[in-house]
Every structure is written in structure tokens, then in C-alpha cells.
Design a protein around this ligand. Structure first.
Ligand code: F6R
Length: 641
């Protein structure tokens, strides 16, 4: 996949707030950390305090990690820093694992030299009748130290800033608010399930935020749509972040994924000159076809002019010629031969025909991503005679309900009894597990034994799916990457051990083809770390220059949550209605992930439904572009390393 670099200083008339785009989260966070560090030092030189407004959530985690690094490695002191956090859940004890108080201490305050007396956070544990007074006092405390010098913000998918949900008044101050359901669903990942997410929060108001002297709003990955609406749309209280258009020193700091819906990135031909590469032409024409509801080959010069593509006609000639060029690109991405078609000479085929059969390695971040995201392709690869291996990267052990543990232990005890095996030990494990589960507190971490049993349950499901597809046991690999094994929702960053385990497997299999979950837009999730581990392993192997790596192609599929933009797809594998059903039954094998899943996310559909809807939608879009209508399609983008 080609990665464009964009001119980060380009601000055009579509954007009403300055936006700085960085290649990734790490660079964006380093920029914001640098701004904070400079301000702290500047203020220190003048003998002044530096007042920071801070945010929580997944977005600033990498910023806080960088600030901690600056403190530990470069001696940045926080002695002259005073902080005010934006918000806190209500009601929630300060010490609760999910409180923002705990979050801030875990990620920042415990690791720097800030004076605890200088830390201010709304208190989510006060009785309701005391909250009003507390909020007034919070505002007074901010004013008393001369106001906030630099406010850090994240942004909710509904455009909230702090917990100022859509509809919040521009004049709002610190207060108790009730949380939007979208927010509760989005934040459910921090809790065991949605019902445990508090319904209210204490938050600084929009007017409190606007009073800050300088504002930096950070957004990564999947926030692209709301970033574009806040920056390019009308100022409206329905999108609280759009009110920042009124502030005279506010900048959005975002990564390339979060920038993808900005006009200058999505449709650069509308904001100035652009280089008409084949990929850019494909993007422009495919989007125009979908927007105008016309198949590609029916687009006219009039459509090009009406949709801001007049320049393309000037540069490349006839509309029909361009239509054909794009049509062929889209058509040639469709193939029933994901491993290449043996002995066939098809120059535009997405995969090489030789060698055949290929050694294929599917990396599955969780034990069910292979079948959910590329089950049809998985089966085709096997049925077409390739040597298919699957590497399950993590154990997936936190996403199993307790009930499964006792059910399976009960089976183990009964099994041993049935076959005359001494079952003293398994009985004891069952009793211990049942006792623990019975007295388990809300959000309490599972014991090591229970975690390992949960991992085993998922491992057996993955093996059963492989058997269903026809994969031999020796081709199934469980990596159990250590970064995942925290027992909590929050995972560790990628470690050396994760990379070494992955390199060892790659060297053993020497695949011709790799498939991995390309969730580039998921900054802190498991999929992103799993992908980083593969990228880092491949980079090192390439540096070493082994012969096999030169002939290894990497295909990215999207995880359970989204699909590639239709214009980006480089290989689309069609599925018949029978194959759709076969895939569905393959997903059903993951019983621990059916019906009642912890950490379900914001989508109430089950995984098989999401997969089917998504695959059917890809097929529908191809048909709308004027290609044959298949029942379903799985989609891939090639990664060039
Ligand atoms: C957090 C806060 C919220 C978050 C927003 C984005 O203090 O006030 O506005 O910034 O919900 O959350 P993440 O970063 O988790 O996507």
C-alpha cells in the first residue's frame, strides 16, 4: 500500500481551524509533548507557573508516555506545573480502576515530579447536593491561577469535547452532565460492559475550555469523519468541537488516518493541484460514480466537470478513456484465486501464479479474526491446494465470560471421572474457580489460572475452526504474544519478545504470502500492536536479506470492525451464497464469542452478522460500479515493505 505524505502546513479555505497532520500517533504526540515542554520551560525561566488543562481517554496515552520519557530521560521538570483535568465520571470513587483520577496517576502523575497539591480534578465521588458548589469552586480555582495556558483536548465520535455532549451551550461552565449513549458505548471498553459505565460526569464547560489561552486538540485514526465535520462544517452546538472555530489559538493535531476525510486529503483536486497517479484517478472516479449513482462506464464529461474533475479531463483526455482505465483496475482486483492461478498468465492478476502451491501464513490477532475477516479466502486458499498456516497472535483471554470457565471445568472433571482418571486436582481447580467467580468484585482481574483456562477455551475454538476448514494441527500456531497478557483491557506496548517470537515463526515457515489484520486506524487496540509486531519483524528480516523474504507478499485485511475504502481494494475475493453459509458456520464455532460477549463495542450485531453485512456491502458497491454482482466479497490491500 502506498503511503502518501502530505504537506503539513497546508491550510486551505475548507478548513476553519488550523490542522497539523502527522504520519502517525507517535509523531503527533511528540509534537504536542514538545509544545508542552517548551511552555513549561519558558514559564519556568520567567519564574511563573504553567497551567495545563488535561484530557483522558485513549488519545493522550502516547502523549503522557512521551512526557514521562522527557521527564526521565531529558530532565523535564513539572515542579512549576499546575493541572486541571477536564472531567470525571459521576458517580465514581476516585480510587476505582476506571476513574480519570486513577487514569491520570497511572499514565502521568505517578511518574513525574509534579507537586500533588497542584493537581486538580473534578471529584466524581461527592454527594449530588455538593456538586454545584464544587463546580463553581473548580472554575474559581482556574481563574485564581490566571487561567489555563494550554488546554489539551481529545474528541468524541459525536464531537464532544470534555464531556460536553452535542447540544451543550457555548456558555456552559463546569457542571454535572448526563452522558450521551454514544459516549457510554464508546467508553464501554474501559469497563466490563455498558451497564457499568456511569451515566453522568462532571465536566468543564465549553466556555471554560474556550477561556484557555491556547488549545491543542488531538485525534487519531477512526476519528476522521468527526474531525472533518468539526473543522470544515458550520459552527454548531450539535458538534461541540466545531465551536473551537471561534477560538483564536486552537490547532488540531492529527495523524494521517484521522485526516483522511478532510477535503484536501480525500478530494485533493478540489483544494488545489494534485498529482494524477493511477491510484488517485481511481479514487476520484470511483467516488464520483458512487456519489452520482452511476456505473463507472456511464460517467460523462459533464459528470467530471460537475464533480470538480474538470482538470483531470484537461490532463488525461476523454472521459470514456479514463472510465475504461479505472474500470479495468476495479475489474482486475476481482479474483477467485487468492494464492494466484497456477500456470495461468494473467498480467493484471493481483497475485503471482507461481510458485504454486504457496506457503500462506494468516496472522489472526484474536483467535477468531481469521474466520471473521477472511474466512472465505481462508477456505479457498486451502481448497486450492496451498500450504496454509495460521498464527494466532494473542490468547484473547479477556473476552470470555466466567460462566464458560465453570462449564468447561465441569466437563474436565466429568471427563476424568468417566474414564477412570484421578479427578482430585480438576475438582479442586473447579471449586477454586467457582469460589473466585462467586465472590469476584466488579472489574476485578481474573486469577492466572482462570485467565489461562479462558485462553484455552479460545484456543480450542480456533483449532476447531481450522479443522473445519481442513487445516492440519501442525499448521496451527499459537504465539500468545506477551504484550497482550496484562489481564486487563489496557495492553502493554509491543516488546522485543513479541517481535522475536514472530520472527522465529516467519523463519520457520518462510511464507510466500502473508495475510494480516491491517487496522492501521486503531491506535491503541490489540490489532494495531499485532500489526506493528509483524511490520517490525518483516523490517528486520528484510534488513537481514534472507532470500525468501524478497518473494513474500503481504496482504492486509480489515478486522471485525470496518472495511477498506472501495477505491483502495487491490484484491477482492468473491463468495457464493454457499460459501457465505460455510463461513457463517465457521464463525459459529467460536461459541465463547456468541450471544453475550464482554467488550462487544458499539455494535450490537454479532460477529457473523457484521462479517456478512460487510462482505455483502462490498459486493454491492462493486455492482454499483458496474461489475458483476456477487453474493459477498472479502477485500485486501497489499502492503509493500
Ligand atoms: C476525556 C474527555 C473526552 C475524550 C473523548 C475522546 O477527558 O474529555 O472528551 O477526549 O471522549 O476519547 P478517546 O481519546 O478515548 O477516543
Amino acid at each position: 500500500m502506498s503511503h502518501q505524505r502530505f504537506n503539513i502546513d497546508l491550510i486551505d479555505s475548507f478548513e476553519k481551524i488550523p490542522v497539523k497532520i502527522f504520519p502517525d500517533t507517535k509523531n503527533g504526540s511528540a509534537f504536542v509533548a514538545g509544545e508542552i515542554a517548551n511552555l513549561i520551560k519558558e514559564k519556568y525561566k520567567k519564574g511563573e507557573d504553567c497551567v495545563l488543562g488535561l484530557a483522558t481517554g485513549s488519545t493522550p496515552i502516547s502523549l503522557y508516555a512521551e512526557l514521562v520519557r522527557l521527564h526521565k530521560e531529558e530532565g523535564l521538570s513539572f515542579k512549576n506545573v499546575i493541572t486541571f483535568n477536564l472531567d470525571e465520571y459521576y458517580p465514581l470513587e476516585r480510587e476505582a480502576l476506571q476513574s480519570y483520577w486513577s487514569f491520570m496517576h497511572r499514565h502521568l502523575f505517578n511518574h513525574i515530579d509534579i507537586d500533588p497539591a497542584n493537581i486538580h480534578m473534578p471529584n466524581g465521588a461527592l454527594p449530588k447536593e455538593e456538586i454545584k458548589k464544587h463546580c463553581v469552586k473548580y472554575e474559581q480555582m482556574i481563574d485564581a491561577v490566571g487561567g489555563i495556558d494550554l488546554q489539551i483536548l481529545g474528541i468524541g465520535n459525536n464531537g464532544h469535547i470534555g464531556f460536553n455532549e452535542p447540544g451543550s451551550s457555548i456558555f456552559s461552565k463546569t457542571r454535572l452532565v448526563s452522558l450521551d449513549n454514544i459516549t457510554r458505548i464508546a467508553n464501554a471498553y474501559e469497563f466490563q460492559n455498558i451497564s457499568q459505565v456511569p451515566r453522568m460526569a462532571v465536566t468543564m464547560g465549553i466556555s471554560t475550555i474556550l477561556k484557555a489561552k491556547k488549545i491543542l486538540l488531538m485525534a487519531w485514526g477512526m476519528k476522521a469523519p468527526i474531525v472533518a465535520r468539526s473543522v470544515e462544517g458550520h459552527l454548531t452546538e450539535h458538534i461541540p468541537a466545531s465551536i473551537l472555530q471561534q477560538h483564536n489559538d486552537c490547532t488540531f493535531v492529527i495523524d494521517e488516518n484521522a485526516a483522511s476525510e478532510l477535503t484536501r486529503i480525500k478530494s485533493p483536486w478540489l483544494t488545489g493541484e494534485c498529482e494524477w497517479t493511477p491510484a488517485m484517478i481511481k479514487r476520484a472516479v470511483v467516488h464520483m460514480a458512487l456519489k452520482t449513482n452511476k456505473p463507472i462506464l456511464s460517467l460523462t464529461a459533464h459528470d467530471y466537470n460537475e464533480n470538480g474533475l474538470g482538470d483531470l479531463l484537461v490532463e488525461k483526455g476523454e472521459a470514456y478513456e479514463i472510465n475504461l482505465q479505472v474500470f479495468y483496475l476495479v475489474r482486475d482486483s476481482i479474483t477467485g484465486w487468492p494464492g494466484g492461478k497456477s500456470k495461468a498468465f494473467i498480467p493484471a492478476h493481483p497475485e503471482r501464479s507461481e510458485p504454486h502451491p504457496k506457503r500462506c501464513l494468516i496472522f489472526s490477532p484474536h483467535p477468531d479474526d481469521d474466520i471473521i475477516s477472511m474466512g472465505g479466502t481462508f477456505m479457498r486458499l486451502h481448497d486450492q491446494g496451498h500450504d496454509v498456516h495460521v498464527a494466532y497472535q494473542t490468547s484473547g483471554n479477556i473476552a470470555v465470560t466466567d460462566e464458560f470457565v465453570t462449564r468447561f471445568l465441569d466437563f474436565a472433571v466429568g471427563f476424568e471421572e468417566q474414564f477412570g482418571i484421578d479427578n482430585h486436582k480438576s475438582k479442586q481447580i473447579l471449586t477454586d474457580a467457582a469460589d473466585f467467580i462467586h465472590s469476584k468484585k466488579k472489574n476485578q482481574m481474573d486469577t492466572k489460572d482462570i485467565r489461562s483456562i479462558k485462553g484455552l477455551i479460545r484456543r480450542c475454538e480456533a483449532k476447531a475452526t481450522c479443522r473445519y476448514v481442513g487445516i492440519a494441527d501442525e499448521n496451527i500456531h499459537f504465539l500468545n504474544l506477551p504484550f497482550y497478557e496484562t489481564g486487563e483491557v489496557e495492553k502493554n506496548p509491543m516488546s522485543e519478545e513479541d517481535v522475536l517470537l514472530t520472527i522465529a515463526l516467519l523463519e520457520k515457515i518462510k511464507p510466500h504470502q502473508i495475510f494480516c489484520a491491517g487496522d492501521l486506524a486503531d491506535p491503541h487496540g490489540t490489532h494495531k500492536v499485532c500489526l506493528d509486531v509483524i511490520f517490525e519483524s518483516m523490517r528486520r528480516l528484510k534488513e537481514r536479506g534472507d532470500a525468501w523474504i524478497k518473494d513474500c507478499w503481504v496482504w492486509l485485511y480489515k478486522g471485525a470492525w470496518q472495511e477498506w475504502d472501495i477505491a483502495e481494494i487491490e484484491m477482492a475475493i468473491p463468495m457464493s451464497p454457499d460459501q457465505v453459509m460455510k463461513k457463517r458456520f465457521g464463525i459459529f464455532i467460536h461459541q465463547s464469542q456468541k450471544d453475550m460477549v464482554p467488550f462487544q463495542g458499539s455494535d450490537s450485531r454479532e460477529f457473523w452478522q457484521r462479517a456478512e453485512d460487510r462482505n455483502a456491502n462490498t459486493a454491492k458497491l462493486y455492482a454499483e460500479l458496474g461489475l458483476t454482482k456477487y453474493a459477498a466479497m472479502e477485500a485486501f490491500v497489499r502492503w509493500h515493505y
